[in-house]
Design a protein around this ligand. Structure first.
Ligand SMILES: O=C(O)CCC(=O)C(=O)O
Length: 314
């Protein structure tokens, strides 16, 4: 039975050398790393980008403008979209078996473990695509901004590019090194889309992986030429933190029955994994709930630090 991330990663053949020393250095120093993998290499690994792209298009046609907001679908009002100008899809693992192998891509798992340095789990697997002429985002980080240098990294992201990503079709921008800053982009005058002197556009062919620290300043940009720019966003989190998707509740039985022990561990769907408290989750941004949960996570951090001090983690 799998009872730790290290065991799960070993069962999935995620070894210390999945990421090169240079890639690890880039993750630490720049906060991100871009890896090129061809569609044929993906096929050899059992991940069919053509099939995934087809399924994604079918889901977009089916879900339309509501796509990506499954958790608030009753509240969605046409014309008042939470992120107009963007097509999203949410909870992909539940929607088609072609996504099954995406959440155990060895590089994504190695990156998550390397950055988070604690037990990890999948938080969500989603799609984002800017619509023609739209899709720009302000600079942001995807987590509560860090206040202290030793605050832990709670999450890591990997984007699997389903199309060639270019400056013209709205690729992601990042500012290298900003994952080391405390506070949010807003605290530095970047609460908007204005260009940053050190920004870099992540231009790379279909099949590439962009892996980054959740604290890195990043932003989607405008799809100027109207060409598709779809990516799967694989989000891993520190296991003690909420998962965005409650896989234990949402994953259909026919998908669960095909999963290995290691996959079940990473999704936190085993009997011994605690059920997500839905009331706390819904109220997670309430200041009191936030303070109490963060204090609890810090307490667990200090317990785990002792446990990890003797382990050779990725
Ligand atoms: O799609 C992109 O390029 C970035 C998406 C992103 O940063 C987000 O939705 O938080």
């Amino acid at each position: 039975m799998i009872s730790s991330t290290q065991e799960a990663l070993a069962a999935l053949s995620v070894t210390n050398d999945v990421l090169t020393e240079e890639q690890k250095t880039r993750l630490k120093e720049d906060g991100y790393c871009l890896i090129s993998i061809t569609p044929q290499e993906w096929k050899d690994r059992g991940i069919d980008l053509d099939q995934i792209s087809l399924v994604v298009n079918e889901l977009i046609a089916k879900e339309g403008w509501r796509g990506g907001w499954d958790h608030i679908k009753e509240k969605m009002i046409e014309g008042q979209h939470p992120e107009s100008g963007t097509q999203r899809l949410n909870n992909l693992l539940s929607k088609h078996p072609c996504f099954r192998k995406v959440f155990t891509i060895p590089e994504a798992l190695a990156c998550a473990k390397f950055l988070i340095q604690d037990e990890i789990c999948l938080s969500q697997l989603i799609l984002r695509m800017p619509l023609p002429g739209m899709g720009a985002q302000p600079w942001h980080v995807d987590w509560t901004p860090r206040k202290h240098q030793n605050d832990p990294i709670r999450s890591a992201l990997t984007s699997l590019f389903l199309d060639d990503f270019t400056k013209e079709n709205g690729t992601t921008r990042v500012v290298p090194g900003t994952h080391k800053l405390l506070g949010s982009p807003n605290d530095y005058g970047y609460n908007n889309e204005k260009s940053h002197p050190k920004e870099k556009y992540m231009e790379a062919p279909r099949g590439s992986l962009l892996m980054y620290d959740i604290n890195l300043w990043h932003a989607g940009t405008v799809c100027k030429n109207g060409k598709p720019r779809r990516h799967l966003n694989i989000n891993y989190r520190d296991r003690k933190i909420w998962q965005q998707i409650n896989f234990k509740k949402d994953l259909p039985a026919e998908i669960i029955e095909k999963l290995s022990d290691a996959e079940r561990y990473l999704l936190k769907i085993r009997d011994e994994d605690p059920n997500r408290n839905e009331w706390l989750f819904r109220n997670r941004n309430n200041w009191l709930v936030k303070r109490v949960t963060q204090a609890y996570w810090k307490f667990l951090d200090s317990k785990n630090k002792k446990k990890y001090s003797n382990l050779n983690v990725l």
